[in-house]
Ligand binder design. Structure first.
Ligand SMILES: Cc1cc2nc3c(=O)[nH]c(=O)nc-3n(C[C@H](O)[C@H](O)[C@H](O)COP(=O)(O)OP(=O)(O)OC[C@H]3O[C@@H](n4cnc5c(N)ncnc54)[C@H](O)[C@@H]3O)c2cc1C
Length: 593
């Protein structure tokens, strides 16, 4: 297991407010069950010598890199401060609430006095100015790739991140990384090359993408994957196809999930302890411009402001704006203009992160913002939240069946086609139906969600049926209609016919007929997933202004940028985008002496 989180010494910059002397509560280990974001978990509070010595959980199923990280951070905070009155971890509010609630309950049982419940606020001790060669604004996937690349090029780097942990929404992503012509594809007999990757990305984006950026992405994805491997990433040899990937070129890390890239990049950062500073819970508020050049960023942390200068460059890597309901409604004049993208529709991203801060800062220094109406709606959100933390939704051998028991779309279609088809179904919802092909062992941990199918069934997030009849009962549809729907798909999967009326083709090495139980089924709804528009950049990741000129000193990478994906992003192209353009931004900024 990677040890990066332990290795990285982050300059949190938080002063501790000394705890007052406490009356002694009763020693012991107190266990309190609380409701987490994903599932209930137990908060264990250990008291020794009248002091809180440990706050932890051994059974939490919270997301790796996010909730799991927050439990650790908050546990440390509580022990440090000797009170349950500390602030939660920014970007993990539900998990924080649960940990604090469990701790309070435990302390009450132990007979702790009111000093163990007093509010303390950690004060920021950011210096008034911080200077390094390169400033990275936003420590998600693109930002960390940029930081490591700038460090490799010899620069000193400061990362400012508004959440209480690194990794942003990249932490919760599926981790699919599209790259062509890889040894993994060759081993499976999959023929691929950058031109094919380019062509499909352009086609998926309805040819509205910037071709120079798409060529750059397709030409550098494979070497960027290899770069991550050189940093310690393990790649699963089974190449897949993320939802709407259009081809079998999605490479997954091992362990699966975006948090693995973050762990690898954090480990790489930790190799440069003298040249990297990380400020968490520190929000960038505006760019600093001096004599026509961007030289730094103004930040705010716990009520204190500071200036962080980058003498060689500033890299914006603040992610998308999918969770900013007001902004997304304002710019929703494109392919979803008939749909209502208000707060009733969820978002799959970490909402505090995906607010579009970088776009708004860049706009103020005259950066060109392009394609803002190109919002990606993913068909596979969880009803109520829009999150995508449960049953595997990506890949093959899963059927989209509506509440009448009918298939209604080619499951291998691009995401805009899939989501439009879902919006046209009764109740704008559908059943995602899978069987044992996807979950051959219910007790095996699905590394993406960190849970087993057994857990998901227990939590009621997925339902199971041994027979088609039972499946039809769960779905409240006519069994013969359901059988006919599945059979239509199976005829293609068995290669009896080349395609069905929706255009589905069994052109993937994993495609199999779905013929027997156990079946696993979950209801799904469209969710806001990605924002393809953003800051205009060139292939050097330099930011372009509204007159078509480079803004000196300013770079951008990842979901904050526009142009790479056009109107519709292919599944698996965003992680590749972050790594390819993040690396480039880091190198370019470091060399901008
Ligand atoms: C559930 C889910 C599954 C996905 N699966 C895949 C997949 O399998 N393959 C794929 O290619 N793509 C996938 N995507 C899309 C992909 O994960 C994202 O597009 C990508 O990770 C974005 O990376 P980023 O670095 O640009 O942004 P992020 O990872 O979100 O990082 C941005 C960071 O900037 C910080 N920030 C924002 N504003 C400020 C500010 N003012 N000051 C300081 N910091 C700030 C944020 O807190 C955040 O940490 C998925 C997305 C989701 C949500």
């Amino acid at each position: 297991m990677l040890q990066a989180k332990k290795l990285l010494s982050v300059a949190l910059g938080l002063a501790l407010v000394a705890a007052q002397a406490n009356a002694a509560p009763k020693d012991g280990v107190y266990k309190e069950k609380v409701m987490g974001l994903i599932a209930p978990f137990t908060v264990e509070v250990t008291l020794e010598g009248g002091k809180i010595v440990k706050v932890t959980s051994n059974d939490a199923l919270e997301s790796p890199g996010v909730g799991a990280e927050a439990i650790k951070t908050l546990g440390d905070r509580i022990v440090r401060e000797q009170t349950a009155g500390v602030d939660g971890v920014s970007g993990a509010s539900l998990t924080s609430f649960a940990v604090l609630q469990g701790t309070r309950q435990a302390l009450k049982k132990a007979g702790a006095d009111e000093s163990f419940f007093k509010r303390v606020h950690e004060a920021a001790v950011l210096p008034e100015t911080v200077t390094s060669d390169v400033v990275v604004v936003g420590g998600g996937g693109a930002g960390l790739a940029a930081a490591v690349s700038a460090l490799e090029a010899g620069a000193s780097v400061t990362i400012v991140e508004k959440l209480g942990y690194l990794g942003g929404s990249t932490n919760v992503c599926g981790g699919a990384f599209n790259a062509s012509g890889t040894s993994y594809q060759k081993a499976l007999g999959i023929e691929d090359n950058p031109q094919k990757h380019f062509d499909q990305t352009m086609k998926g984006g309805h040819n509205t993408n910037d071709p120079s950026l798409v060529h750059y992405l397709a030409d550098h994805a494979t070497e960027s994957l290899a770069w991550l491997e050189s940093l310690g990433l393990k790649v699963n040899p089974k190449v897949g196809a993320a939802t709407g990937a259009l081809y079998q070129r999605s490479h997954y890390p091992d362990p699966a999930g975006g948090h693995t890239y973050i762990a690898v990049l954090e480990e790489a950062l930790a190799k440069y302890p003298d040249r990297v500073k990380v400020f968490l819970e520190t929000k960038a508020t505006s760019l600093i411009e001096e004599n026509g050049r961007i030289t730094g960023v103004a930040v705010e942390s716990r009520g204190k402001t500071a200036k962080v200068f980058g003498t060689r460059g500033v890299i914006l890597s603040t992610g998308g704006f999918g969770a900013n309901v007001e902004f997304r409604q304002k710019v929703n004049t494109g392919i979803w203009k008939e749909a209502n993208l208000d707060k009733e529709i969820g978002c799959s991203n970490i909402s505090v992160a995906a607010q579009g801060d970088g776009l708004l800062m860049a706009e103020k220094v005259n950066a060109d913002l392009i394609g803002l109406a190109d919002i990606q709606v993913h068909p596979n959100g969880t009803p109520g939240t829009g999150l995508m933390l449960d049953i595997k939704t990506s890949g093959r051998n899963r059927l989209f069946i509506n509440t009448n028991g009918d298939r209604f779309v080619d499951e291998g279609a691009p995401r805009d086609v899939l989501s439009k088809a879902v919006f046209a179904q009764p109740g704008q919802t559908f059943w995602l139906v899978q069987n044992h092909l996807r979950y051959p062992d219910e007790n095996k941990i699905d590394l993406l969600s960190g849970r087993t199918m057994h857990d998901m069934l227990e939590q009621g997030r997925v339902q199971k049926a041994e027979t088609l009849e039972d499946l039809a009962k769960i779905m409240k549809v006519d069994v013969n209609r359901l059988r006919a729907s599945i059979e239509e798909y199976n005829r293609v999967a068995r290669h009896e016919v080349e395609t069905d009326r929706f255009g589905f083709r069994a052109n993937h090495t994993d495609d199999r007929p779905i013929t027997e139980g156990p079946y696993y089924v979950a209801r799904k709804v469209p969710t806001i997933h990605h924002t393809m528009g953003g800051i205009k950049i060139n292939t050097n990741a330099e930011v372009i202004d509204r007159n078509g000129k480079v803004i000196p000193g300013l770079y951008a990478a990842g979901e904050v940028t526009g142009g790479v994906h056009g109107e519709n992003r292919l599944g698996g192209n965003a992680v590749a985008d972050c790594m390819v353009f993040g690396r480039t931004a880091g190198r370019m900024a470091a060399n901008n002496k």
